[in-house]
Ligand binder design. Structure first.
Ligand code: ADP
Length: 482
């Protein structure tokens, strides 16, 4: 379908409505003027008839017919009112008959007594239209039929001129108004064209470019501001994606080049079986780290694209913590760390995706084990605060400096580069944990003192607290194994 511009469409609508309005206005004006003109003529006819009555009453009551005829002829033959006047008495004697009527021979006008009194009649005589009023009047007790007429030539002439003026004026006004409307709409829509041109020129390469901010104070200004805000968000997202891709490539390059180097060195000359074994073990360890990294990257990519969906169900915090703790207890104790759990007795239910919740615990416990050296401890404990349950993982490890604390939840951020990649991960764990906790309508925070340890706390809204076991105090997961 061919696109018609908004400006043209507005003009066409404007033209259509304006034409309709003008036609209605013109027609009603024409009828109103016509009606007023007829009213004036009718008024004049009535005045004429009343004039005849006054004239006849002024005559002596005993005037003879011939005298009356003489007097009326004298009165009216020289006057305009007499031009189309006819006066007949009860007996049918014509007191006065205008020249024009005599010549007309109109059957309707020839015998006035046949015309009903007080009626108007349009009649064509002498090639012209006339309006006649026939009326019965009484003077000195005698009845007279009076016929008074007036030519409609002037009235029709004026109406025709008025119509011609309208027919000339209406199209002229329409053309001027439509041209003005088109100009106005184009002017009003000019900012839209500017926005369109500017928006066309913005692509992935120049996302920092912005549309000119309009100062129109209307919807268009709001539109340009909204589009600019959208561009800012897109720019941020693009920058994040670009950064993520760069970081991910960088992270993947290191283990892969390590694997390559390891294999190349091993193949330079023939080696003993134990040497090959050692090399393969290194390669395996590096491959495992890479697999872990790829899994984390995939996980983040899925969360970004919205493909990662969590299914929240009622879950008891204590049992989930114990399930995870038992795996990590072993790892911690192997490293010479004291591992304790101090959980509230009451079963506390939260709406959670169990697997995702266990993943958060695994990330926190993995970090705690990784950044704490023997002798040291790791403690998991919970408490209720308002409508939330707070689950904390505390360690007596190396801690995080105050300046780095705000950044540790960022992707690929690793506090203190001195913690080399052998002891640390890729810096993705906490970013994933934070995303998962957010999906549970919760928050994750950290308290840490460099050199003294850290406490990571997950706050989740409580769905229900069982009232069955209201015993206060805490228990250790190991005590559950009866
Ligand atoms: P990583 O995989 O490197 O551990 P994380 O996102 O889990 O990545 O953590 C980001 C950084 O935060 C880590 O590199 C580390 O420096 C710091 N960090 C996290 N947990 C702890 C902790 N329990 N003690 C000390 N530092 C920590």
């Amino acid at each position: 379908m061919k696109r018609v511009s908004i400006g043209l469409r507005l003009t066409l609508w404007y033209f259509a409505f304006f034409s309709l309005a003008l036609v209605l206005f013109g027609t009603s004006m024409w009828f109103s003027v016509r009606h007023s003109m007829f009213r004036v003529i009718k008024q004049n006819l009535n005045d004429n008839v009343q004039g005849v009555q006054r004239f006849l009453e002024d005559q002596p009551a005993d005037s003879s017919l011939s005298r009356l005829q003489r007097e009326t002829i004298e009165e009216y033959s020289a006057e305009n009112e007499g031009d189309y006047l006819q006066i007949v008495d009860e007996q049918g004697n014509v007191l006065y008959q205008a020249q024009a009527l005599r010549a007309a021979h109109s059957p309707d006008l020839s015998d006035l007594r046949l015309l009903p009194s007080g009626r108007y009649k349009r009649e064509k005589i002498q090639d012209g239209q006339f309006l006649f009023l026939s009326k019965t009047i009484t003077a000195h007790g005698k009845k007279y039929s009076v016929l008074a007429g007036m030519p409609l030539r002037d009235l029709y002439g004026s109406l025709a001129r008025f119509r011609e003026d309208l027919l000339l004026f209406v199209p002229l006004v329409l053309i001027v108004a439509s041209a003005f409307g088109y100009w106005m709409s184009r002017r009003a829509l000019r900012p839209v064209r500017e926005i369109t041109i500017a928006a066309r020129s913005i692509g992935a390469q120049n996302l920092s470019k912005r549309l000119t901010r309009l100062e129109t104070g209307d919807e268009l200004q709001l539109l340009s501001e909204t589009l600019n805000e959208m561009l800012a968000r897109l720019e941020q997202s693009f920058a994040r994606i670009a950064q993520f891709t760069a970081d991910a490539s960088h992270e993947l390059r290191t283990p892969i080049s390590l694997i390559r180097t390891e294999a190349e060195v091993a193949m330079r000359k023939s080696r003993t079986e134990s040497e090959y074994r050692a090399t393969l073990q290194h390669i395996l360890a590096e491959a495992e780290r890479t697999t872990h990294l790829v899994e984390e990257l995939l996980s983040l990519a899925r969360t970004d694209s919205g493909a990662e969906n969590l299914t929240l169900q009622l879950m008891d915090v204590g049992s989930a913590v114990c399930e995870s703790a038992e795996n990590w207890r072993q790892v911690a104790e192997e490293k010479g760390l004291r591992f304790t759990t101090e959980l509230l007795h009451q079963p506390i239910s939260v709406q959670a995706d169990r697997a995702a919740f266990l993943r958060v615990l695994a990330i926190l416990l993995d970090n705690a084990v990784r950044y704490t050296s023997s002798p040291g401890y790791i403690k998991i404990f919970d408490r209720i605060e308002g409508d939330s349950v707070l689950l904390s993982v505390e360690d007596s490890g190396i801690g995080i400096s105050e300046s780095e604390l705000p950044r540790i939840f960022e992707r690929f951020y690793r506090a203190d580069p001195a913690r080399n990649r052998q002891s640390g991960g890729a810096g993705l764990g906490l970013a994933i944990a934070q995303w998962i906790v957010k999906q549970h309508n919760g928050t994750i925070s950290v308290n840490s003192v460099l050199g003294h340890g850290s406490t990571f706390t997950v706050r989740l809204p409580v769905a229900a607290i069982s009232s069955e076991n209201t015993e206060r105090g805490t228990y250790d997961c190991t005590s559950l194994k009866v």
